[in-house]
Design a protein around this ligand. Sequence first.
Ligand SMILES: NC(=O)C1=CN([C@@H]2O[C@H](COP(=O)(O)OP(=O)(O)OC[C@H]3O[C@@H](n4cnc5c(N)ncnc54)[C@H](OP(=O)(O)O)[C@@H]3O)[C@@H](O)[C@H]2O)C=CC1
Ligand SMILES: CC(C)(CO)C(=O)C(=O)O
Length: 311
Amino acid sequence: MIGFTGGHLIVGPGALGRMLAHALAPTQGVTLISQRALPAQQTLTTPEGETVTRRLPVIRLAALAPIGSPALIHLTTKAYAAEAVAVDLAEKVAPGTALVLWQNGFGVQPSLTRRWPGPVLCASTTEGAYVVDDAAIVHAGHGESVIGDLHGRHLALAHSLAATLTRAGLKAAAVDDIGVRLWQKLAVNAAINPLVALYEVPNGALREARFDAELTAVIEEIAAILAAEGIAPPSGSGAAGWRRLVDKVIEATADNRASMLQDVDARRPTERGAILAPLIERAEHNRLPCPTLAALDARLAEKEAAFRLEG
Ligand SMILES: NC(=O)C1=CN([C@@H]2O[C@H](COP(=O)(O)OP(=O)(O)OC[C@H]3O[C@@H](n4cnc5c(N)ncnc54)[C@H](OP(=O)(O)O)[C@@H]3O)[C@@H](O)[C@H]2O)C=CC1
Ligand SMILES: CC(C)(CO)C(=O)C(=O)O
């Protein structure tokens, strides 16, 4: 068993986890928690193209001794791994320990807010990072993070974390409507990610006429579902407001291979369960049709099954 000396525990040392660790390490105690051995010598390429190498302590979750209360636990696994990891973690930390969920979508957030024994913050970020290998990541682009909790009970904690992240060079703000922010990001992810992952194209391809009918159908379904849930787009209203937001993101990220496409490229499961499933569930709850979203989900499931067969 390996000891842990306090500070920020970052569980899931992938792109986002290591980016947070690199940012926080100069001013805060940081420990990465992994599921397999990783080198402690870690390199980050900044959005400005600078390369920085740091020693980041890494402990395997299975080897982590029970600990008191770290400052915060950041959960930075993919959404589909988060609940199982949280169950393992809960056995090792004091019950009041705060958890920060960095996952996209709206699956693990309500569920772990109910189940985790301490405060749960949710973060929604437009920072962009990707993994090069076990010792290197790229922070591809600066973004912004918003942080809050689903029931508005931990705003002081959200403010304190946002200030810590901002001081560390990751612009962040505390918000009292994180649920709305998560759904708004989910709407963008649901409109863009499944299509680009299925057609294996960069985001900018969705500007082409051949995708217009499918993109329009997806956005109309999302708009109806979110209207029933009382979630409006950040500006404008209805399907036109969502379309404007999605078009803006497509334009701004035209060269991106979206995260779901990167998962397809790497033959990994996608986060469709965190992005499409909550919309489909809310559509069923509100007795709204969502044939386009359901078809995208089924096609992605088929693609993932084919990868599993490949091996
Ligand atoms: N990358 C980005 O720019 C952004 C990511 N996000 C969200 O953040 C989340 C993480 O994304 P990202 O960092 O890209 O994903 P990655 O796949 O790069 O990282 C996930 C990490 O979790 C690790 N992990 C999986 N299971 C466990 C476990 N049981 N114990 C410890 N670690 C585990 C993986 O380890 P292993 O390598 O061994 O599989 C991997 O290091 C996703 O929900 C994503 O949607 C949101 C906005 C931006
Ligand atoms: C907004 C978008 C689609 C940008 O690529 C994204 O967040 C992702 O790749 O998951």
